[in-house]
Every structure is written in C-alpha cells, then in structure tokens.
Design a protein around this ligand. Structure first.
Ligand code: NAD
Ligand code: DAU
Length: 337
C-alpha cells in the first residue's frame, strides 16, 4: 500500500511516519510538506534513506505539487496545517490558505486519483469549549462551535471533507483528537515551551489564572488510533480520540514539569490571557473504543516524564528550532502579555 502523508515533517506527522514504517514495514510513504517554521526534516533523519520513504517539498495549496505527490497513492493521511492557536490570532489568513484551501486542493486530487481512503486529522477544538463546573465531554454528536481562527479553519476543513464524501463519494474518515504531547513537538505549545524555557532557566508564561483544562494524549496513542481507523473504521464516519487521566489544568501540568526538572514554582509567570481562550476540553472516546477496540494506553505522568527526558536529551534539536524566526515570534507574542 502507498500512503501520502501531508505535513509529515511536523510533530504528529513525523511521529506517525515512524509509527507506520515500524508497524507496516512493507508500505511506502510519500511525505508532502512545504517545511514551514514547524516542519523540520531533522525529525526524520533516521529514516531518510529508507527505501519505503520519500520526501517531497511542496505546498498542499499548489495543484501541481499535490498532483505529483498523489501519483499511485492508495491512502491519504492529511496532517498538514497551521496548528498553533496563538499564531492564528496574530495572522489568520495563512490558516485559511493552508487549512481550508489546502484541504480542498488535496480533496480534488484524491478524487481524481480514486484513492481508497482520505483520512483527515482534526481537533477537539472544532466543538468549542466546555464549562469548568461540569463533567460534560465532547463527542461525535457535539455541535460545531469553533471560537478561534485556527479552530474555525479546522471546522471548515472537516465540513469540506464530509461534503466530498456525500457529494462525490470520496471514501473519507475523520479523527478529532485532543492535545497531543511527545517528542518533536514544536516548543511554542504549552508542554514543550514549559520544558525548554525551564531548561534554559527562563520563566513559563501562564495565561490568565492557569485554570484551563486540556485532555492530554500521548502522540503514539494518537498514531495508533489513526491506524485503527484507516484499517477498520467505517467510511464517512468521524471518531473522537482522547487521553486517559484525571482532569488537569494548565497550572497542574506546569507544576508537574517543574517537579520533574527540580525547579521552583516561582518560575511560573502569570501573563495576560489568550483572547477567546477555550476554558475546558474533554473527549468522550467511547465510539472508537466500542466499534474499533482502541483505547489510550499511555499514562500521562509516566509519558510526561519520558517527554521531559526526551527534551533533556535532545537539546540540540530544540535549541536550533528556537533560533531565528522563533525569537521574533516569542518576542511579539509574549511581550504583549
Ligand atoms: P505542526 O505544526 O507540528 O506541523 C504541521 C506540518 O504541516 C509542518 O511540517 C508544516 O511544514 C506542514 N504544513 C503546514 N502548511 C503546509 C502547506 N501549506 N503545505 C504543506 N505542508 C504544510 O502540527 P501538529 O501539531 O503535528 O498537527 C498536525 C495536525 O494535527 C494538524 O492538522 C492539527 O490541526 C492536528 N491536531 C493537532 C493536535 C496537537 O495537539 N498538536 C491536536 C489535534 C489535532
Ligand atoms: O485540543 C487540540 C489542540 O491542541 C490542537 O488542535 C492544536 O493544534 C494544538 O495547538 C493545541 O491547542 P491548545 O491551544 O490547547 O494548545 P497550547 O499548547 O497552545 O495551549 C495549551 C493550554 O496552555 C491552553 O489553555 C493555553 C495555555 N498556554 C499555552 C501557552 C503556549 C499557556 O498558559 N501558556 C503558554 O505559553
């Protein structure tokens, strides 16, 4: 089988390529990525000469790039997107291009290629926000209610994927998953930002009171869920994917990281809140469990510790990533808070 993975040089995409080649060693993977600030071929260095893997530098919004990458493809796994909420607040237009126009460009090419499956990676953020004082969770039946430019573009892409199935019969599946963490995550997101700032002796910016809740999912559990959906999922269906732990707010998470690194809680710096900040996410993953037998197997505390160790042992990786454009971004975003 030949897979086209889009955005395979990013955080989840690169973890997925490793996962897939390990578990399906006879399959071929083409990775189409235009290497934005978040795309990094260093993530894939150890498989760059694997005969089952090929990288194509190209933009999912460009018809020629997408047509070339789609050649003889059986399954598309679509990760490529602008993925950071704070950046979407600073510059929404690139999110509309990559997340909406890019997805539609891929859908057209997938139809022409008559792929056997188009699997779209989406997010719990399309469902909006939950209240802190409830035990309510998002499920496949939750109404769409995106509240940031990022989640609005992801919602639009989900609607396009579903529309291509209903209107043209494209065999699609969608997974909407919660906050991932693990190796190769770009240090603009909370967990890698906190770890790398603390390792450099800096403070950790905490938005508002730090009482917001996220549903944390170790990235390999996410990759396994995608595998199960591609292989056993029903065409046209959506599956919600989430983690397994007691509810933790951002302050709890950062305090755990501080504890693991032996730092002081005085390193937490309360800053101005994110505009339109979603308060709480929680995922009900009953459907994928009952229908396809998936459940998360990685415990949060143990895998947070392993993630902290990964960043401790891979300082060159994140120090390179944190140079250049990152400095400018960090100054712009956090100076205003
Ligand atoms: P990331 O920002 O780390 O990586 C995105 C990748 O897409 C990068 O390699 C980038 O170069 C590439 N890309 C962006 N625009 C492109 C374009 N126009 N053409 C080609 N390549 C392009 O993102 P991530 O955290 O790995 O997220 C991957 C996917 O998973 C996204 O669709 C995101 O919305 C979704 N998602 C992420 C999370 C999370 O917690 N990180 C949770 C739920 C869903
Ligand atoms: O829920 C899935 C989504 O999770 C994905 O779709 C997105 O691609 C991904 O970026 C992530 O979005 P969040 O906004 O939840 O992740 P982020 O790591 O940016 O923030 C997590 C929480 O931590 C959120 O409540 C904001 C807060 N935060 C974040 C940063 C970067 C801080 O308090 N300080 C920070 O410096």
């Amino acid at each position: 089988m030949k897979l086209l993975v889009t955005g395979g040089a990013g955080f989840i995409g690169s973890n997925f390529i490793y996962y897939w080649l390990k578990n399906h060693p006879d399959d071929d993977i083409v990775n189409l990525d235009n290497l934005t600030y978040a795309g990094n071929l260093e993530n894939l260095r150890s498989i760059q000469n694997n005969p089952h893997y090929r990288f194509i530098k190209g933009d999912i919004c460009n018809v020629d790039d997408v047509t070339a990458a789609m050649h003889a493809v059986d399954v598309v796994v679509h990760f490529a997107a602008e993925s950071h909420v704070d950046r979407s607040i600073l510059s929404p237009s690139i999110f509309v291009m990559s997340n909406v126009v890019g997805t539609q460009t891929l859908l057209d090419a997938a139809l022409k290629q008559k792929v056997k499956r188009f699997h779209h990676i989406s997010t719990d953020e399309v469902y909006g926000t939950l209240r802190l004082d409830t035990r309510e969770k998002f499920s496949e039946n939750s109404p769409y209610n995106p509240r940031s430019p990022y989640s609005a573009t992801k919602a639009a892409s989900d609607h396009l994927v579903r529309a291509y199935h209903i209107t043209y019969g494209l065999p699609v599946t969608i997974t909407n998953c919660s906050n991932n963490f693990g190796p190769f995550q770009f240090p603009e997101k909370l967990i890698p930002l906190a770890i790398t700032n603390l390792l450099e002796g800096k403070s950790v910016p905490m938005y508002g009171r730090g009482d917001q809740v996220r549903d944390w999912l170790y990235v390999e559990d996410h990759c396994r869920a995608i595998d199960v959906v591609i292989n056993k999922g029903e065409v046209g269906e959506t599956y919600c994917v989430g983690g397994q732990h007691e509810e933790l707010n951002n302050l709890d998470v950062v305090k755990k990281i501080i504890g693991l690194l032996g730092k002081k809680e005085s390193k937490i710096k309360y800053v101005k809140d994110r505009p339109g900040h979603d308060v709480r996410y929680a995922m009900d993953w009953t459907k994928i469990h009952m229908k396809l037998g998936w459940k998360p197997k990685y415990d949060f505390d143990k895998w947070l510790e392993k993630t902290v160790e990964w960043f401790q042992s891979n300082q060159e990786w994140w120090k390179r990533v944190r140079s250049g454009e990152y400095q400018e971004y960090y100054q712009t975003l956090y100076a205003g808070r």
